[in-house]
Design a protein around this ligand. Structure first.
Ligand SMILES: [Zn+2]
Ligand SMILES: [Zn+2]
Length: 352
């Protein structure tokens, strides 16, 4: 395996190529956030006040769901401190834009900024990395699931993406709640309860059918969109001891307009190199990475990454390889044989 370097090692070399303004907060992006809030409010009011045909209501659900996801990406950037500097504003606006996904700003910063970013793809310390074969072996329920055929597991893995962000967020709350000081605990609990209370209250105010169009379907869509990115950000990459973003992260490519409405969330390797840089400059970071380390950089269209995710098994066999426990077949990860064969198919080998 090649020598790994921490994200700071890469960032130090690329920093000089970025303009100073890339490191300054960009509150202008809040205009985009305001647009998403207005669109969401208008769509929700239309569902409640106008008796629209089913197809129109479904279209409005799609628009709300896409706005929920985009607001989540904006909340992510706000909580990295790239939009406003004041901690109070950062947490308030971060909480507001994560409201649809019901994730509190304090929990998010602990889970994402202080754990996922610091320990990316570390087998034990990254809360977002996939489990290992040893972990599957210890749990009878997981042992049963992972004995099912790969295509069946892939189907359920994809189907559950529509609820996975919300479920994982609740799991993260359970994981980290005990690590907060007693003085922070009330705020943490409030940030969990208030969003859910709002959406449950809406059920009684708007009625079940309207609520399904206004919140439930949009929440499933938003989960699906954010998980399409999150599941391809690292799951095809190896688990590593050193947090090397060029080894442990994948940048996916999407149409340019999607990058604009999703605040360049597709540029995930760039984000892990410079989480505190305005995401507008990630295309420039990408260009520089490709100049310096083209042989180490992983990038592919989102559709190809999702297909590779469908075709490759989980869990991790070892840091560099994945295993299909039902057939005892080992597949490489990115940089370790995956998608490097001519047919661009996952390379398989039998476990020793
Ligand atoms: Zn990540
Ligand atoms: Zn981040």
């Amino acid at each position: 395996m090649r020598e790994l370097h921490s994200f700071g090692w890469y960032a130090k070399q690329l920093k000089e190529h970025l303009p100073k303004k890339a490191f300054r907060p960009d509150p202008g992006k809040l205009l985009g956030g305001a647009a998403y809030l207005l669109i969401t409010a208008a769509a929700m009011l239309s569902i409640v006040l106008l008796s629209l045909p089913l197809a129109v209501n479904l279209l409005l659900s799609l628009i709300i769901g896409m706005s929920f996801a985009a607001m989540g990406f904006l909340g992510h950037e706000i909580l990295h401190g790239t939009i406003v500097r004041s901690p109070f504003l950062r947490n308030t606006l971060g909480g507001l834009f994560f409201w649809p996904l019901c994730t509190g700003p304090r929990l998010w910063r602990k889970w994402h900024n202080m754990s996922h970013h610091v320990h990316t793809q570390h087998e034990e310390k990254d809360p977002d990395t996939w489990l290992t074969e040893a972990a599957v072996h210890r749990n009878p329920m997981l042992r049963f699931i992972y004995r099912l055929p790969l295509s069946v597991r892939a189907f359920f893995e994809f189907a559950t993406q529509t609820v996975m962000f919300s479920l994982h967020s609740l799991r993260m709350f359970k994981t980290y709640v005990s690590e907060f000081k007693a003085t922070s605990a009330p705020a943490l609990w409030l940030q969990l309860i208030l969003p859910w209370a709002t959406w449950i209250s809406l059920l009684f105010i708007a009625g079940v059918t309207n609520w399904i169009y206004m919140f439930l379907i949009p929440l499933l869509i938003a989960n699906g969109i954010v998980m399409a990115y999150i599941s391809t950000n690292h799951r095809l990459n190896p688990q590593v001891e050193i947090n090397d973003p060029l080894a442990n992260s994948l940048t996916v490519t999407v149409p340019k307009w999607v990058d604009v409405i999703h605040f360049h969330f597709s540029h995930h390797t760039e984000h892990h190199l410079f989480p505190a840089v305005n995401s507008k400059y990630y295309p420039l970071v990408k260009q520089k990475i490709k100049e310096y380390w083209p042989h180490l950089y992983h990038e592919m269209p989102m559709s190809k990454a999702l297909l590779a995710l469908w075709k490759t098994p989980r869990p991790y066999f070892d840091g560099d390889n994945l295993i299909d426990p039902s057939r005892n077949e080992v597949y490489g990860t990115l940089g370790n044989g995956l998608l490097e064969s001519e047919s661009a198919k996952p390379a398989k080998k039998h476990a020793q």
